[in-house]
Design a protein around this ligand. Structure first.
Ligand code: PLP
Length: 362
């Protein structure tokens, strides 16, 4: 059996759109795509009168080098969000098939599944936010086509071990595609699941330039998987997913000086994460700061709503995650610059002082 047998048959057999760019390239006079012959006004638009390369070789090569894989194992799209959407549409028949997720986790898996009218099967993480492998495997039915694992997990911050991921991969052979979302792995010490791709044709990994690479605004994300899965998704991907200025921004970020900047910022985030975890844990009103391998902390408060409002009044926006299971008293706070983090601590300390004053205990 091939992993493609899990995909929707009509996607495997459909005739994909053939764009002008893919049919012919390399000419000098390009009169095949109804583009304007003139460049637009403004530096930012240089070259933008032409449709962009659907998968630019220079970017594919830089990312393949970064992730340690071959270019045919790589699909680059508009953030990893696009890859999640493509996976669900290629593998899940509307009204019939299902995905499995582990709440509390990233919201886009379920949203993409609902848009496709695929069933979402929830298998909650354990109370310590670790993966409940027996419960996960018990939830696998013939309808399940995709299993998403998020590591480090958003919003808990906890990682899964490579051994656990491989155990799930082994159990899913011939049953479902395992998708490991590593959006935050640059901030952790965990080994990437990328090294499993050559051994498991049904394993895919999501990576992004949005977090550690400081390019959320450029929307560049990757799916790493066996070449057959990549080729299948390219059939349904819109013809020109990568805007020219975004590709240029990505190439600059992946240059030697860009890599040095990213490493330096990752190091600051890791130090500040440890500092913030210690400092927050000491404050009255803080129940728990979850240990995190990502660039954020999930923090439990006696009154998370009041903390959220007070930070907001001070112009600081954090993420209210109280709607997630097991996090009903928590906020998710991204690690910012040292100054920004100090501001968060100052506001929280001022809340404690106000309360003491109100209690008459000061
Ligand atoms: C931020 C995030 C993404 C989305 O990344 P993009 O590449 O910007 O689309 C994917 N997965 C998780 C878990 C995230 O937190």
């Amino acid at each position: 059996m091939s992993v493609l047998d899990l995909a929707r048959p009509e996607i495997r057999t459909m005739q994909p759109y053939s764009s002008a760019r893919t049919e012919a390239s390399g000419g000098q006079v390009m009169l095949n795509a109804n583009e304007s012959a003139w460049e637009p006004t403004g530096e930012a638009g240089a070259g933008c009168n032409r449709y962009p390369d659907p998968q630019p070789q220079a970017l594919l090569q830089a990312l393949a080098m970064l992730y340690g894989i071959r270019t045919e194992q790589l699909l680059v799209g508009r953030g990893s969000d696009e890859a999640i959407d493509l996976l669900v549409r290629a593998f899940c028949r509307a009204g019939q098939d299902a995905i499995v997720i582990q709440p509390p986790t990233f919201g886009m898996y379920a949203v993409c599944a609902r848009i496709q009218n695929a069933v979402v099967i929830d298998v909650q993480l354990a109370d310590d936010f670790s993966l409940d492998i027996p419960a996960l495997l018990a939830a696998i039915t013939p309808a399940v086509k995709l299993v998403f694992l998020c590591t480090p997990n958003n919003p808990s911050g906890k990682s899964m071990s490579l051994a656990d991921i491989e155990q799930v991969a082994q159990a899913l052979v011939g049953k479902a595609l395992l998708v490991v979302d590593e959006a935050y792995i640059e901030f952790s010490d965990q080994t990437s699941a990328i090294e499993l791709i050559d051994r498991y044709e049904h394993l895919a990994v999501l990576r992004t330039l949005s977090k550690a690479w400081a390019l959320a605004g450029a929307r560049i994300g990757s799916l790493l998987a066996n070449p057959e899965v990549i080729a299948l998704l390219r059939r349904i991907m819109p013809p020109y997913p990568l805007p020219l200025p975004c590709v240029a921004a990505a190439l600059a970020a992946l240059s030697p000086s860009g890599q040095a900047a990213a490493s330096a910022h990752i190091q600051i985030v890791r130090e500040q994460r440890a500092f913030m975890r210690r400092s927050l844990a000491e404050l009255p009103g803080v129940r728990e700061v979850l240990s995190s391998d990502a660039n954020f902390l999930a923090v439990r408060f006696d009154d998370a709503g009041a903390v959220y409002q007070r930070l907001l009044q001070a112009g600081i926006v954090v993420r209210d995650v109280r709607r997630y299971p097991k996090l009903q008293d928590a906020l998710r706070i991204t690690i910012g610059t040292p100054d920004e983090n100090a501001k968060v601590l100052a506001i929280l300390k001022s809340m404690v002082d106000d309360r003491r004053f109100a209690d008459g205990s000061a």
